[in-house]
Design a protein around this ligand. Sequence first.
Ligand code: ZN
Length: 170
Amino acid sequence: MAARQPPACLAGFSTSLLPPANDIAVDYEIRCKGCGEGRFHISGFPIVAPNPSPYFDVAPGATLWRPPHSLKCTHCGTGGRVFDARTNGYDGVLNGGCGYESGETGEQEVKGVFKVTIGLAYNTIDADIPELLDAAQEAKVGVADLFDWFTIDGEPVDGGQPIEFGYECA
Ligand SMILES: [Zn+2]
């Protein structure tokens, strides 16, 4: 399958491919490209859901962490964006964005320090199909950039709560 290369949105980080759980999903353990450490702050654009909440699965008064999301090394401060729903993934690259509200201002770090795993999934195990290759070539991206699902898993290293952000991108 094509997704053995990390997508371009992870280029700012060191990535280690974890043993695959199945044929359509890949997980990368993330490390800092500056110092090699693997502990990060994770940021997003929080908004408190109004009543009634327009957000799926987010109760009135609860906080939704909107994309884009960035990581910042807790050791040396190196970091950068890992996911923007407007430009990353299948719909981000080919269709002008996927159907999530993105934040513009008010970026904040989620409380805590995390080991981070980025998960990507693809709709087809046969990513070498001509349509996908053509689409990637036309958009001047790698096939790995046309992922259909993106997740950020944060495993707390300071006794806090685990977090997971997941986005359907196709
Ligand atoms: Zn670092």
